[in-house]
Design a protein around this ligand. Structure first.
Ligand SMILES: [Zn+2]
Length: 417
């Protein structure tokens, strides 16, 4: 701790976040986020740099066993979950849709973000921008609390106002206006990172959040490893999320970028056409177009938030039957069927319900995971959305049938030929 570090304030936050439905190609704002907060000075830790922290907690749930879960048709013996941990043949270092997970991530329990407001010569990061930034961080923390079943915490702090960064060039000169979705703006991150004062204890953070003002002509979200690849005090390679312009109004973009920077998840939309490979079912799509942005069960397993006991692994031919509880709720029951079809590919089945975040429907979702496709080229692809008993889908030698549905979960049959 440095003696010049500012006082600590702990912000206790409650938030109601509603997933937004944004029509394709527009910047219509339909998200509703409200936050009630109070600041309390903590006299016991006066030299800590943290100014705001949003923390989450989980509650204990007593779970009744649904009737379908004990249906006699359910196959008792399945394969060990290890047989379904397919490997990533692209061997990506920063992100992967398979196993083993990238080794230098923050870990699923906690990510610590330092938010760094950045002004340019012609656009000042002001109080209104700070409010939007903080609202998006609060909503992001709430989102990850939900999709991790309370197992993952987003902790964030904002650099003290006297330390906010001002770049000497205009937004245009910095390349922050215009540009496509794949424009690389790492140079801005390097500049901003280099100006964070040592008093900010930057090593105590896993992710640096670089935030530009909410100016409509700037519109970008990016993540990656900070160019100089510094390590945090915990030995984690520090990553960045870079948010600018109108995207400050949409927490989903911060959450998407954190999906890369915290969990090492891959992009599930097409880098070439911006189409959505896995429909509306994951925030790692183009985040504002994903109408059911809870993470897929597969991505939760990658994150470590879905345990092996929730995975029904079917590494053999023949017919099997499985009960699946909805992905959105914390459950000790199975929430995903995985059928490995090669060392690096699998077919996955899960069931979804309409919830606070998921609006796209009440469906059994079938998708394929194939790691020969890199991030942005379809490593996870939707096979089918099934909504009634009797509906079927096929992917290669795997046939899926919905046998029976209930509010608490569904019975699915799998035939591997
Ligand atoms: Zn992305």
């Amino acid at each position: 701790m440095k003696p010049s570090s500012p006082l600590t304030f702990v912000l206790v936050v409650t938030v109601i976040a509603t997933a937004s439905l944004v029509s394709c190609g527009t910047s219509d704002e339909s998200s509703e986020t409200s936050a009630n907060s109070e600041s309390v000075a903590d006299p016991t830790t006066p030299e800590t740099q943290v100014t705001t922290t949003s923390s989450v907690s989980s509650s204990t749930v007593t779970e009744p066993v649904p009737k379908l879960a004990s249906d006699p048709r359910v196959t008792a013996e399945v394969s060990p979950s290890a047989d379904c941990r397919i490997s990533d043949v692209t061997e990506s270092e920063q992100a992967s849709s398979a196993f083993p997970r990238p080794s230098d991530l923050a870990g699923p329990e906690l990510v610590r973000i330092l938010a760094v407001p950045v002004s340019t010569a012609n656009h000042v990061f002001g109080e209104a921008d700070r409010k939007l930034m903080e609202e998006s961080l609060v909503a992001t923390a709430e989102y990850f609390s939900a999709v991790s079943y309370g197992r993952g915490e987003v902790s964030w702090s904002v650099l003290e106002p006297e330390d906010w960064v001002t770049l000497e060039q205009t937004s245009e000169e910095l390349g922050l206006v215009g540009g496509g979705p794949m424009t690389d703006r790492e140079a801005i991150v390097a500049q901003a990172h280099g100006r964070i004062p040592t008093t900010a204890n930057v090593g105590s953070f896993d992710v640096i959040g670089v935030y530009l003002p909410a100016v409509d002509e700037m519109l970008f979200g990016q993540s990656g490893v900070i160019p100089s690849a510094p390590k945090s005090d915990a030995g984690v390679t520090q990553r960045f999320i870079l948010l600018g312009g109108g995207y400050l109004r949409f927490w989903q973009v911060t959450a998407h970028e954190l999906g890369h920077a915290w969990i090492g998840l891959e992009d599930l939309y097409s880098f070439e056409t911006q189409s959505l490979y896995v429909g509306p079912w994951d925030i790692m799509q183009l985040a504002l177009l994903a109408t059911s942005p809870e993470l897929t069960a597969w991505n939760r397993w990658l994150a470590g938030w879905l345990g092996d006991s929730q995975v029904r692994c079917v590494a053999r031919t023949g017919e099997t039957v499985h009960f699946l509880a909805p992905v959105e709720g914390r459950s000790s029951l199975p929430q995903m069927v995985v059928v490995p079809v090669s060392e690096s590919a699998a077919v996955v089945v899960e069931t979804r319900r309409i919830t606070e975040f998921d609006k796209a429907g009440d469906k059994v979702v079938v998708y394929s995971v194939d790691t020969s496709f890199r991030s942005g080229f379809g490593p996870i692809r939707l096979v089918a959305e099934l909504d009634v008993a009797g509906a079927t889908a096929e992917s290669g030698n795997v046939r899926v049938e919905v046998l029976e549905r209930s509010v608490e979960g569904d019975l699915v049959g799998i035939v591997v030929s």
